[in-house]
Ligand binder design. Structure first.
Ligand code: PGA
Length: 253
C-alpha cells in the first residue's frame, strides 16, 4: 500500500489563502514521482476553490473535516455527506479529538457519520486517541480499543473502506510527537483490533495514520514503523513547503 499523507487545515485559511497554498503545492508535487497518496481537508468554505485546483492534479484527494449522518433535514449548522459529494469531496475526517473534546462528539455518532459517508461514496478517516491523563494513567490501550470498536459499530461487516487515525491528544499541536515505539505499539493494537472485527486479511489492507506534531524532521522515524501507514498532519500542513517536505521525508522511510 502507498503511504498516505493528509493535511488537516482545521479552521484556517480564507479562500484566497487556500488557493495560494494549492497552486504552490501542486507545483512542488508535480516534480515528484507518484509514490504517495496525498489528501487535503480544508474548511467547508474553501472546498470549492481547492477542488478547482486539485481537479487538474488527480493525485491529490479532496477532503472535509466533518459530515452529518442524515442526507438532509432539520440540523442547523450541519453538512451532509451528499452535499460534500456534490462538491467532489472524496474523504472526510470524523471524530477528531477537537470535536470529541470541545463539541461533544461521541464514538456512537462517529459510527453513524462513517456509515452515512460510506453510503455517499466518501471514505471516512476515523480519529481515535487518548488524553494526556489517560496516557499517564496507563489507560491508552483500553481507551483506544473502546473508541475503535464503538466508532466502527454501525459499519457493514468486512468493510475495509475506512482509514483509522491514531492521534494521542497530548501530541496534537504540542510539538511533542509520540515516540515511534509508543505510536507503533498503539498502531499494532489497532491493527489487531481491526483483525478481530474484520479478519486479518482485511485489517492488513486498512490504512492506519499517525497524527500529532508530525514534522518534516520526525516523520521518517515514525514512518519506518511497521504499522504506521501515513500521517494526519495539522500545523505542518499549513505551508506548502513544509507539507511537501514532510511527504518527501516520510515516503522514503
Ligand atoms: P498537529 O495536528 O499536526 O498540529 O499536531 C494533527 C491533528 O490534529 O490532526
Amino acid at each position: 500500500m502507498k503511504p498516505l499523507f493528509v493535511a488537516n487545515w482545521k479552521m484556517n485559511k480564507l479562500q484566497a489563502q487556500a488557493e495560494e497554498f494549492c497552486k504552490e503545492f501542486v507545483e512542488i508535487c508535480a516534480l515528484k514521482e507518484d509514490i504517495a497518496d496525498i489528501g487535503i481537508a480544508p474548511t467547508f468554505t474553501a472546498i470549492p476553490v481547492v477542488r478547482n485546483i486539485l481537479s487538474e492534479s488527480p493525485g491529490i484527494m479532496l477532503g472535509a473535516q466533518n459530515a452529518h449522518w442524515c442526507e438532509n433535514g432539520a440540523h442547523t449548522g450541519e453538512v451532509s455527506p451528499q452535499m460534500l459529494a456534490e462538491l467532489g469531496v472524496e474523504f472526510v475526517i470524523l471524530g477528531h479529538s477537537e470535536r470529541r473534546q470541545f463539541y461533544g462528539e461521541t464514538s456512537e455518532n462517529v459510527s453513524k457519520r462513517a456509515k452515512a459517508a460510506l453510503s455517499a461514496h466518501i471514505k471516512p478517516i476515523i480519529c481515535i486517541g487518548e488524553t494526556e491523563s489517560e496516557f499517564k494513567e496507563g489507560k491508552t490501550r483500553e481507551v483506544v480499543k473502546t473508541q475503535l470498536i464503538d466508532s466502527l459499530k454501525d459499519l457493514p461487516d468486512g468493510n475495509a473502506n475506512v482509514i483509522i487515525a491514531y492521534e494521542p491528544i497530548w501530541a496534537i499541536g504540542t510539538g511533542l510527537a509520540a515516540t515511534p515505539e509508543i505510536a507503533q505499539n498503539v498502531h499494532a493494537l489497532v491493527r489487531s483490533g481491526l483483525g478481530d472485527l474484520y479478519g486479518e486479511g482485511v485489517a492488513r489492507e486498512i490504512t492506519i495514520l499517525y497524527g500529532g506534531s508530525t514534522k518534516p524532521n520526525n516523520i521518517a522515524e515514525l514512518m519506518s514503523q511497521k504499522d504506521i501507514d501515513g500521517a494526519l498532519v495539522g500545523g505542518a500542513s499549513l505551508e506548502p513547503k513544509s507539507f511537501a517536505e514532510l511527504i518527501a521525508n516520510g515516503r522514503e522511510a
